[in-house]
Design a protein around this ligand. Structure first.
Ligand SMILES: CC(=O)N[C@H]1[C@@H](OP(=O)(O)OP(=O)(O)OC[C@H]2O[C@@H](n3ccc(=O)[nH]c3=O)[C@H](O)[C@@H]2O)O[C@H](CO)[C@@H](O)[C@@H]1O
Ligand SMILES: C=C(OP(=O)(O)O)C(=O)O
Length: 439
């Protein structure tokens, strides 16, 4: 049964917490380790569900994985690989989006791969057509099985020019992980340039890959025959940092986030400041606080990096319910990322969602039937409610709303939050939140 958190809200969150490596890099760096037979070492690894899922999948392929949780150090030894029973792989169906990234490395090392149905947050359709096109263009052959997808590469994998229809993070990573050991040269245009992708490129370069990046979203990869182990410290989780920063704003709090890095959060920090939040960048982290007075409404548009990251949108919307005036939020990355606002309305927030593009950009969803823009009128006093968590960021946002609201809320399905927020219960206690996990 899903766990329920009782939240007695209305208290500012104050204190210090620590963020470790990024959820959107660590599992991919773990997959990259498969490209070598030697032992790779990854540091800053958080104890989150996505890391557990990828560890399980690696172990099913005969890889030794050793995780020292306290130190955050993970060693991965993919000496000799074996193809697991597809039924075993299928047991992980629906748990994460990472398994599709195993394709390139497994095709290189084993000549075949099984991929379970993907999971991840339900914030849109989330097809993998770009991934499959890249793999097939490189020479992979795909078959559906009762236990997910089976791929082979009868003639090996060869580099190709690739142009992504949209700068997809996952499809860019798919191309990188496949092209580094494919025969010949790959020029990837319209690539995603997120900081986590640059960190994955750093990992691959440490392994011996040859990759160059142009500012016009072109990535060039020269395939090599052999890659080696890496030692790497993952970049900090900018989404987790932005989420706790939004919590500081919504609860009138003051949080020092040790490990938060300014260079990966520039766009977030600009919006945080425009809304009226205060921050102070220090050598070892960033302090975020509500400086008193009124917060200001803002116009936000999510976009691929260096735009405002979509995963920050949901926590920021909760903070905007406390800002004076009309805020406009246009979500251009996912077609269905405003479902979480239903619960906020139930708590007293004044939020309307629209099908039209309400920002400066015309996005892919403008002529379709997707509620992908929102207008928020604030400030509204939030009141306690009983809520069910819909997805990772939506869930954290509900938690922030419950912490900001007067009265006692019950937040059900809280386990989803473990997928991307390390030790969030301990962090809440450290920040003085009045919460109890119900049996
Ligand atoms: C594990 C991980 O790193 N997750 C992140 C990753 O997700 P993920 O890699 O799944 O996100 P993508 O960047 O691929 O998706 C962006 C958009 O492209 C579309 N698309 C993508 C692939 C494809 O084959 N076909 C297609 O149409 C998606 O439906 C979506 O509308 O980047 C997202 C955008 O920054 C983040 O919100 C997620 O937190
Ligand atoms: C959408 C997210 O993740 P995933 O791609 O793992 O579902 C997220 O981290 O907000």
């Amino acid at each position: 049964m899903a766990s329920v958190l009782e939240v007695r809200g209305g208290k500012p969150l104050t204190g210090e917490i620590f963020v470790r490596g990024a959820k959107n890099l660590v599992p991919k760096a773990m997959v990259a380790a498969l490209l070598s037979q030697e032992t790779s070492t990854l540091r800053g690894v958080p104890q989150i569900r996505d890391v557990e899922v990828v560890s399980e999948l690696l172990q099913m392929h005969g890889v030794e994985v050793d995780y020292q949780q306290e130190e955050g150090e993970l060693t991965i030894t993919p000496g000799s690989l074996t193809l697991p029973d597809p039924i075993q792989v299928d047991a992980l169906a629906g748990s994460s989006r990472i398994p599709i990234l195993f394709c390139g490395p497994l095709l290189h090392r084993l000549g075949e791969a099984f991929v379970p149905d993907l999971g991840g947050c339900h914030i849109g359709d989330r097809p993998v057509d770009f991934h499959l096109k890249v793999l097939e263009d490189f020479g992979a052959v795909r078959n559906s099985t009762p236990y997910g997808m089976h791929l082979t590469a009868p003639k090996g994998l060869k580099g190709k020019p690739v142009r992504l229809p949209f700068p997809s993070v996952g499809a860019t990573e798919q191309t990188l992980l496949t092209a580094v050991m494919a025969k010949g040269f790959t020029e990837l245009s319209n690539a995603a340039m997120e900081p986590e992708i640059m960190d994955l490129i750093a990992v691959l370069q440490k392994m011996g890959a040859i990759i160059s990046v142009d500012m016009d979203r072109t990535i060039r990869i020269e395939g090599v025959d052999e890659l080696h182990a890496y030692r790497h410290t993952a970049l900090p989780d900018r989404i987790e940092a932005g989420s706790w920063a939004s919590a500081a704003l919504a609860t009138h709090g003051d949080i020092f986030i040790r490990g938060a890095a300014q260079k990966d959060m520039t766009t977030f920090l600009n919006y945080f400041r425009k809304i009226g939040g205060a921050f102070d960048v220090q050598d070892n982290g960033i302090r975020f606080w509500h400086p008193g007075g009124e917060l200001q409404a803002a116009v936000l548009e999510t976009d691929v990096h260096p735009g405002l990251m979509t995963d920050w949108q949901q926590p920021l919307v909760v903070a905007l319910t406390q800002a004076s005036g009309l805020s406009i939020v246009h979500e251009t990355v996912y077609e269905n990322r405003f479902g979480f606002t239903d619960a906020l309305r139930g708590m007293g927030a004044n939020i309307q969602v629209y099908r039209e593009c309400l920002g400066g950009l015309r996005c892919r969803f403008g002529r379709q039937n997707f509620y992908h823009s929102a207008i928020i009128q604030g400030p509204t006093k939030l009141k306690a409610a009983d809520i069910v968590v819909p997805d990772l960021r939506g869930g954290f946002s509900h938690l922030i709303a419950a912490l900001a609201a007067e009265g006692t809320s019950h937040v059900a399905g809280i386990d989803i939050i473990n997928r991307g927020y390390e030790h969030f219960m301990q962090k809440l206690s450290k920040l003085g939140a009045d919460v109890t996990m119900q049996p």
